[in-house]
Design a protein around this ligand. Structure first.
Ligand SMILES: [Zn+2]
Length: 324
């Protein structure tokens, strides 16, 4: 190893000499460090990912071995996103297509079938999960067999992390050590995230641990962190909440003295606004306590464009909203 390092360093110095005075010392150091890692020298793997959560995870575990293109941006609802022709072309030509599955990307079903027939290498959160730990959809969600929002369980996201490392290693065995190391480091970060979540939740009195949001994205969160979770619009936000849903949830808020509800970045706030009005007409004041990231990460400008930052922002919003 030492010998390899020395010769690679020597290579960098030679390169520096060859480039004349254009390279800075920093660039040389960086190159030396990169070259000592056991990473394949071939061109990067071209990864196309559907959701922002999967794009983030592919980037974290794939690191410098992948070039990730995400199809959906911040605030995009994956239940409703219709792939364009250029999306389909990008997926067909990709080395790897990464997606959530479990019918989250409902309008991709035919495309996913087509990719399978063409033998495109796929990595999905769905394949990582044992169906015994998946939650059932509530009531009449005809198209969904399971609740697809698994990223809101940190434990499930750890499982997906390991699966992504496994699959990347299958695709490129010569970089396996590198992928495994990235996964190990990330699992440490996820453990820290869980500690942060648990610590902050301690601030909320147990009888106030209700999370009322626009659609049912947070059932896995509720299960893992002991929150009662109520979504106004079911698992798919394209299903509009009816007046009966609004009225029964407004009763529930009044009966349980819940004063804070949350909107979501990828769902129209109309339903939650109607809920607040319905509660007010019952003489029960409810506040819109802020916006949660549900089915999409945030933007780099908000500092919420990674899974971990997104989850921390959500927990801060939830805890602050329920304790103020
Ligand atoms: Zn959703």
């Amino acid at each position: 190893m030492r010998k390899i390092r020395a010769s690679l360093l020597f290579g960098s110095v030679m390169l520096l000499a060859a480039c004349g005075n254009g390279e800075t010392e920093e660039a040389v150091d960086e190159q030396a460090v990169e070259s000592t890692e056991e990473v394949a020298e071939a061109a990067e793997l071209n990864v196309v990912a559907t959701t922002t959560m999967m794009a983030d995870l592919m980037e974290v575990i794939g690191g410098e071995r992948v070039e990730v293109t995400g199809l959906m941006g911040p605030g995009i609802d994956p239940h409703d996103y219709q792939p364009s022709t250029s999306d389909v072309n990008a997926m067909t030509e990709a080395d790897i297509v990464a997606y959530n599955g479990l019918m989250l990307e409902e309008r991709f079903v035919e495309v996913f079938d087509q990719l399978e027939q063409q033998g495109v290498f796929t990595i999905t959160a769905e394949d990582a999960m044992d169906t015994s730990v998946l939650l059932d959809p509530e009531e009449d969600e005809e198209d969904l067999e399971y609740d697809p929002h698994i990223w809101f369980s940190v434990a499930h996201w750890e499982t997906v992390t390991e699966h992504v490392a496994d699959r990347l290693s299958e695709k490129e065995p010569e970089s396996e050590d590198y992928f495994r190391e990235n996964a190990e480091n990330y699992l440490d970060e996820l453990a820290e995230l869980r500690e942060y979540i648990e610590e902050r939740i301690e601030e909320v009195p147990e009888q106030s641990r209700y999370l009322v949001t626009a659609h049912d994205a947070f059932q896995y969160f509720g299960e893992e962190f002991n929150f009662e979770v109520l979504g106004l619009q079911g698992l798919n936000p394209q299903t509009e909440a009816g007046t009966a849903d609004i009225s029964s949830l407004a009763d529930f808020l009044a009966d349980n003295e819940i004063n804070a509800v949350f909107v979501e970045t990828s769902v129209s706030p109309r339903g939650i606004e109607a809920l607040i009005e319905a509660a007010a007409s019952r003489g029960h004041e409810v506040e819109n306590a802020g916006e949660l990231y549900s089915d999409a990460l945030g933007s780099p400008d908000d500092g919420t464009d990674t899974y971990i930052e997104m989850f921390r922002a959500n927990i801060d919003t939830i805890v602050d909203g329920l304790t103020n």
